[in-house]
Design a protein around this ligand. Structure first.
Ligand SMILES: [Zn+2]
Length: 275
C-alpha cells in the first residue's frame, strides 16, 4: 500500500520518466472495479488528459499525483503504478488505468486491494473529503509539522488512544499507515498498544523524532522493501519490522518478535525493547 515514503519515491521516479511527455491515450478496464474507486466517470479521463503534457509529479502524503497542464491525476492506497519504456511483450493484465505517451512509453495501474483513482481540474478547491484531508493535510515531512504542531494533535480524545491509534488513524497524520508505523514505533522504543496518556514528555519527544527520522530515511532510500517502485523493483529501505522480517527476531536484542492483529492490521513488536 502506498504510504508517504512510497508516494514520494513514485513521484520522484515518475518525474524522471514522464515529465514533459504528452499523453496520447488513456484507457483501462473500468468495468471490473470491485475495489477501485474512480472520482468522476473514468470514461471521461481520456477527454481530460489526451493531448496534454505532464507538467509536474507530486507525492502528497498517501497520494501520488501527475499534473497534466490544467488537470491532476491522483492515485492512492493499493494502486500499483508501473512504468514501461515501451509496450511489454507480455500482455498487461487487470489494468485499472493505462496511459500512453507520445514516445511509446506507458504507465499501467493495477490494484492489490482497494484503490482510489481520480482526475480533476488542478484549480479545484475541494475534490472529496478524503482527498482534502489526506492530500492537503499536514503530513509528517511537511515543514509545518514541527514539535508544537505534533503536541497540538494530543487532545483529550487522542490521549485515550494507543500509540498506533494516535499515529495511524483518523487522518491525524496523513501519510502514516499501518506499514510505516511499525518501524517508527520500534525506533521510538514504544509498544503499539501503549496508551498515549502514559507517555512521558521524553517518550513523546522521542516519538516525534522517530516519526521524522524514520520516514525521512524511508524516503531517502526509495521506499520500503515490502513495496515496489514504478520499475517493479522493491524499495531500498530494509524494513525492521514487517511480514518480511519479523521471523528473524529483534535486531537489537534477538528476542522473538510478536505478531498480533490490532486496529485493523498486523502489528509487530519486540516485547523486550518496546515498552
Ligand atoms: Zn528487542
Amino acid at each position: 500500500m502506498i504510504e508517504l515514503p512510497e508516494a514520494r519515491t513514485i513521484a520522484r521516479d515518475l518525474r524522471k520518466s514522464i515529465l514533459n511527455k504528452t499523453i496520447v491515450s488513456v484507457g483501462g478496464n473500468f468495468t471490473d472495479h470491485k475495489f477501485t474507486f474512480y472520482q468522476d466517470d473514468p470514461e471521461k479521463y481520456h477527454e481530460y488528459l489526451v493531448g496534454k503534457q505532464v507538467t509536474d509529479t507530486n507525492g502528497r502524503n498517501f497520494y501520488v499525483e501527475i499534473e497534466a497542464e490544467d488537470y491532476v491525476l491522483a492515485m492512492r492506497d493499493g494502486a500499483n503504478i508501473r512504468y514501461y519504456s515501451e509496450t511489454p511483450a507480455v500482455p498487461i493484465k487487470k489494468s485499472k488505468l493505462l496511459i500512453e505517451f507520445d514516445d511509446g512509453s506507458l504507465i499501467n495501474v493495477t490494484t492489490s486491494m482497494y484503490c482510489f483513482i481520480g482526475v480533476f481540474p488542478k484549480d479545484n478547491s475541494s475534490v472529496n473529503v478524503y482527498y482534502d484531508l489526506d492530500a492537503k493535510g499536514i503530513g509528517a515531512l511537511d515543514e509545518r509539522f514541527d514539535y508544537d504542531y505534533f503536541c497540538s494533535l494530543l487532545d483529550e480524545q487522542s490521549k485515550k488512544l494507543s500509540v498506533k491509534g494516535f499515529l495511524a488513524t483518523e487522518q491525524r497524520i496523513p501519510g502514516i499507515g499501518n506499514g510505516v508505523t511499525q518501524d517508527i514505533l520500534f525506533n521510538a522504543e514504544l509498544n503499539p498498544r501503549r496508551k498515549m496518556n502514559t507517555l512521558t514528555e521524553m517518550d513523546f519527544r522521542g516519538l516525534y523524532n522517530s516519526v521524522i527520522a524514520t520516514l525521512q530515511q524511508m524516503v531517502d532510500l526509495g521506499g520500503r522493501d515490502t513495496e515496489k517502485n514504478i520499475y517493479g523493483a522493491p524499495g531500498g529501505y530494509q524494513t525492521i519490522l514487517s511480514s518480511k522480517t519479523y521471523k528473524n527476531g529483534c535486531p537489537a536484542c534477538d528476542s522473538e518478535i510478536v505478531k498480533e492483529q490490532f486496529l485493523g492490521g498486523s502489528i509487530y513488536y519486540c516485547p523486550h525493547c518496546q515498552k
